[in-house]
Every structure is written in C-alpha cells, then in structure tokens.
Design a protein around this ligand. Structure first.
Ligand code: B12
Length: 435
C-alpha cells in the first residue's frame, strides 16, 4: 500500500503579516522528496489565500480578526489569523482520503497559536492519524512544542533527508537505500495557482551574528552547485512559466566568485527572463562593482541589504559582518550599476537589547546620506542565540517561557533608553522624512 502523507502549512497568528514571498520551503522540499520516492502527497497551505497581489507576486494575505492570546491582552492592537477561513480548511479536509500521516510545519516562534489550532483541528478530524510537527518554531522551541503543541512527534532541525527517513519509518514504507531518489525540487507544482517560487542556493551562514538563529537551524554552511541551481531556475521559468523568484538564502553572496557570479552570469547568458527578489537581505561586504552590475543585469528587482546599524561598536559586538566603509562602497556600486534610492532597501534593526534611540536615528541618517532607503525592522529575540540572554535581562516580558513575547511587533526589549513611544515617534519622523 502506498502511504498517503498530508502536509500542512498552518495559519499565521500575529498583529501584522505580509506575503513577502512567503512559502513553506522546507515542507515543500519534504513533499518533493516523498513523492519522488513513491509516497502519495497532499498539500494544504493555509496561507495560500490572498486579498491583494502586486505585480511581483507579493501582497496581502486574507485575514480574520481573532481573540488575542491571554498573555498579549495588554497590547492595544488587533490580532489576526492570516490565511484561509476555517470553514474552507474543514471543507478541504472532508474532501480528502484519510492520510496515513500528517506533517505540519511551523514558522516564526511566536506564530505557534495557529500551529496548535491546526493540530487540534486535524486531530479531531482524523482521530487515529499521527501528527509530526517540524520547522522553525519546533526547532527553536522544542521543549515548548513537545509540551503544548499536541503533536505526536516533534522534529528538531535536521534536514529533509532525515525527515523523509523518519516518515518512511513511521509509515513502514521502506525505500531501498540503493533506490533512493534525491533529484528533488520543492513541490511547488502542488499549488493550484502559483505566482512565484522561492529558492535556496545555500544552507546556513558562515557568520555568527549574535541576534541570528541561522547557525542553530543549519549546523554548517553548504552551497549547491551553481549549475544545478541554474537548472532549477530554468525549470521554474521555462516549464512552469514563473517570472518571480525570491531567494531565501542567509548567505547568497558569500564567496561570490565561486557561487553567485558564475550562477548569475549563466542566468544572463541563457537570457532567463525572471525577476529576482532578496527579502532576506544580502551581505553588503561582497557587493563590489562586478557583483553590483550583475545584480542589476540579472534582474534583481527587490534588493534588501542587511546593515542593521551604523554604530561601529555595535557592528563589531554583533558579529562584524559589515562596516560603514563597506556599506558606502556597496551603495555607490549599486547606484552606478543603475539602482535608484527606492530600490535599495536597507534593514536597520530596532530594539536590540540595550540599544538607545539615538543609535537608530544616526543609522537612519547615515543610510539616507548614502542615497539608500532605510527600512526599520524590529528585533525578535530568538531562543538559543547568543543575544537571547542579554534580551532576557532587558525585556519586561518573560521571553523565555512564553514565545509569544518573542514577537517583534510588541517591541520586546523596550527599556528606559528606548521606549515604545520613542519608537512610534521615530516612525513618524521617518514618514515625514525629518531624519
Ligand atoms: C525566508 C525567511 C523569511 C521570509 C518568510 C518565510 C516564511 N515561510 O515564513 C520573510 C522574508 C518574509 C521573513 C520575515 C521575517 N523573519 Co524570517 N526567515 C527566513 C529564513 C531565512 C528561511 C526560512 C526557510 O524557509 N528556510 C529554508 C527551509 C528549507 O528550512 P525550514 O523551513 O526550516 O525547513 C527545514 C526543517 O525545519 C524541516 N521541516 C520543516 N517543516 C517540517 C515539517 C515536518 C513534519 C518535518 C519532519 C520537518 C520539517 O525540514 C526542512 C529541512 O530542510 C529564516 C532563517 C533560516 N535560515 O531558516 C528566517 C527566520 C525564520 N526569520 C526570522 C525573523 C526574525 C524574521 C522577521 C521577524 C524579521 C523582522 N524583524 O522583520 C520577519 C517576520 C515577519 C513577520 N510578519 O512577523 C528569524 C526567526 C524569528 C523567530 N522568533 O522565530 C529567522 C530564524 C532568522 C534569524 N535571523 O534568526 N523571514
């Protein structure tokens, strides 16, 4: 008997969420591998329901206002469930054959209420079917997930091959080692309508920034063969007529002569027609004249740069991935290549533990002065990262016990040197272009 695996991407529950090319890439990799090795797979992506889509495929996700979880009651903002209405999920479940196993993924740690609700619903629906929970929340908050999620098995980190081995064991569907097929693209074709795909050409990151979870999620840094990536890009653009691709890499530009440069030169040589986006930010240090020109010629339309701060002491303390001189040089190169101010979004982290409002003001002014566009990103304290201990000392919330307090929207590390009203004032000033 061929096992039937139901894979589900749950709702987001948050104060705000935007489809900045969001897809459950890990789950889709697993779905692709399972199918390749003889399993029957069904995907339900609860987020695949949009209220507005823009020209590059990003946009707004349909939302339903819901009750705030008890611990967030004091936050004076609406709280929503993003994605398909519950009735639609129930209808989809009732049209399915009973699965042999349910695989649920998870995103941001503070999105767990949507995950729990989904598990509860599926458990009610299929009383005797086991549920495995994996993904980012499951990996970073493993004990919390084991205790409270309701899943039968919580899967920590790992890679998709290990996940498939586990699924094979649980369903007693043996894949002979010699016959294992690993020609695997994420199973994006399971979507009825597809406006874009996401891709990752590397796993992990060689940097060790103190606020970032990348080294915990991927223990080592690995790169795919650039030519295999090109084959995948061609597959999406030619066979599936996709013309927007978002890179999920944490380190797309690292060691460019061996990775990014050969890859993008091939995109240009083969005249691949596609818009590329880097919502997860690029490493600034690597953007020399050649890389900047290739980004522009290669049709990278949405550029985000991970700058975080212009404060030199903070740059060194948080991992030293970039300095101000390198930043100025990169912006100069990108402008010379053809990018305008509005196309160059620069992430500045706000609300790092112990950070003062003045540091952010200075960073904004610095970015503006170079002719790029500052974009404020509120800091989310992430368990197991070096900065989490510091964040615990600064936060008035119990960020360790309750992952909901890791939500960047509540400004978890506000303190006397940087209050929530300071932050609101700052946003107003930016809007009016006063800094
Ligand atoms: C792409 C990305 C985004 C995308 C959205 C992705 C999505 N689908 O939600 C965008 C750009 C929108 C985004 C936004 C943000 N992000 Co982000 N993002 C990522 C990133 C780079 C990659 C995630 C990914 O897809 N990985 C690739 C796939 C292959 O891996 P995976 O999903 O983990 O799956 C693997 C395993 O987990 C497992 N698995 C997965 N599911 C399942 C299920 C089962 C059953 C099993 C067995 C196994 C399994 O198998 C896969 C094996 O390869 C991660 C960093 C990272 N390296 O993971 C940060 C990360 C998740 N983001 C983070 C942050 C901080 C943010 C922001 C808050 C940044 C900000 N300040 O604005 C925002 C939040 C937006 C919001 N509305 O709240 C943090 C986590 C924060 C947290 N508390 O959880 C991370 C870890 C980055 C970091 N710096 O540490 N992000």
């Amino acid at each position: 008997m061929i096992p039937h695996i139901l894979l589900i991407n749950p709702w987001i529950t948050d104060f705000a969420a935007y489809n900045f090319w969001i897809k459950p890439l890990g789950l889709l990799y697993i779905a692709g591998l399972l199918r390749e090795n003889g399993f029957r797979v069904t995907l339900i992506d609860c987020l695949d329901f949009y209220s507005k889509t823009k020209k590059f495929g990003d946009g707004n996700i349909f939302k339903t206002k819901i009750e705030k979880p008890l611990s967030l009651k004091s936050i004076p903002r609406n709280y929503c469930q993003y994605g398909i209405p519950e009735e639609m999920l129930l209808k989809r479940l009732s049209n399915l054959d009973e699965p042999d196993l349910i695989c649920v993924t998870s995103g941001m740690t503070y999105w767990y209420p949507g995950v729990f609700k989904l598990i509860e619903i599926t458990k009610k629906f299929y009383k005797n079917v086991q549920v495995i929970l994996g993904g980012i929340y499951a990996t970073l908050c493993y004990d919390h997930a084991k205790r409270y999620s309701g899943a039968d098995i919580v899967y920590k980190g790992g890679n998709e091959l290990d996940a498939v081995k586990l699924i094979s064991k649980l369903t007693q569907f043996r894949i002979p080692h010699s016959a294992f097929r690993n020609i695997n693209y994420p199973a994006f074709d399971l979507y009825p309508h597809l406006g874009y795909v996401c891709i990752t050409t590397t796993r992990g990151c060689p940097f060790r920034c103190t606020y970032c979870a990348s080294p915990i999620l991927s223990k080592s840094f690995a790169r795919r063969d650039p030519f295999k990536v090109i084959e995948e890009i061609e597959h999406w653009t030619t066979n599936c007529r996709i013309n927007n691709i978002a890179f999920y890499d944490d380190a797309l530009l690292v060691d460019p002569s061996r990775h990014f440069i050969p890859m993008i030169k091939e995109v240009i040589k083969r005249s691949i027609r596609c818009n590329f986006h880097t919502p997860n930010a690029l490493h600034i240090r690597e953007i020399d004249d050649e890389v900047a020109t290739l980004l522009y010629q290669g049709q990278f339309k949405t550029i985000r740069l991970g700058f975080e701060t212009s404060n030199e002491k903070a740059q060194v303390e948080t991992g030293g991935k970039v300095d101000n001189h390198e930043f100025r040089r990169a912006i100069k190169n990108l402008k010379r290549a053809g990018y305008s101010r509005d196309e160059l979004g620069v992430y500045i982290m706000v609300g790092l533990p112990g950070q003062r409002v003045g540091e952010v003001e200075e960073s904004i002014a610095f970015v503006r002065e170079t002719g790029a566009k500052p974009i404020l990103v509120e800091y989310s304290p992430i368990p197991q990262t070096p900065f989490f201990e510091k964040a615990k000392r600064f936060s008035q919330f119990d960020i360790e016990k309750e992952p909901l307090f890791q939500n960047n929207s509540i400004f978890p590390c506000q303190w006397d040197g940087f209050t929530l009203s300071d932050f609101r004032r700052l946003k107003e000033k930016i809007k009016r272009e006063e800094i």
